[in-house]
Design a protein around this ligand. Sequence first.
Ligand code: MF3
Ligand code: CO
Ligand code: CO
Length: 253
Amino acid sequence: MPTERLVLLSSREIAKMREAGRLAAELLLHLEPMIKPGVSTLQINDAAERWTLAHGAKSAPLGYKGFPKSLCASVNQVVCHGIPNAKQILRQGDIINIDVTPLVDGYHGDTSKTFFVGKPSAVAQRLVEVTEECLRRGIAEVKPGSRTGDIGAAIQEYAEAQGFSVVRNFAGHGVHRVFHTEPEILHYGKRGTGKKLRQGMVFTIEPMINEGTYEVEILADGWTAVTQDGKLSAQFEHTLAVTDSGVEILTLP
Ligand code: MF3
Ligand code: CO
Ligand code: CO
């Protein structure tokens, strides 16, 4: 039975997560060539849905708590949970986060990347590079005996030193048969605080880093989170397992 509690996965279950994670990573690779000026976020969504079904999987976001589409497409000032839409056409200079979660034989592979549409502005390029480095530094903290606060501190220290801010309203999360569960992984915080990491824990790290204020607002659709100041936001996400000595990234192709 799926559980809302913090669980440790067996090596058999981690093998299932590895399959889901690989499919998620391959889906992003499949979508990447589409990300060009003139394409709508709905076209990207529909391509992802077809590809996912053709690979024997389901799109976990579709119908999740009422979410209406198969992936999240978050453009420019959208922080996360952007809803794909035929009227939203990508334009030269946009940044877009695509967040996918195929459900493979009962297990979720959750990953996202921020892509450039054509040539980015200097600040967009720097924000996206810093956000990817935040994820890398968060992952580098993961090993048995570390604490969740070590991950958040590493991300916050780097993002703020680069002049950017860390979104507080959304967090990384345990993920396995359940899409969102314990532990909660804050992307800010203090070293030595939070839950101790143990072999078999599986969770995401998914920092959202803003150009300006970290404050967000939710649009009237009930999903789309945008920056309060209208400035840019970027995000990268991997699903990770704590191993006997460190970390395995499960969402690699
Ligand atoms: N994939 C998102 C995450 O990283 C969750 C999307 S839930 C949805 O946690 F309903 F918005 F799709
Ligand atoms: Co995700
Ligand atoms: Co996630």
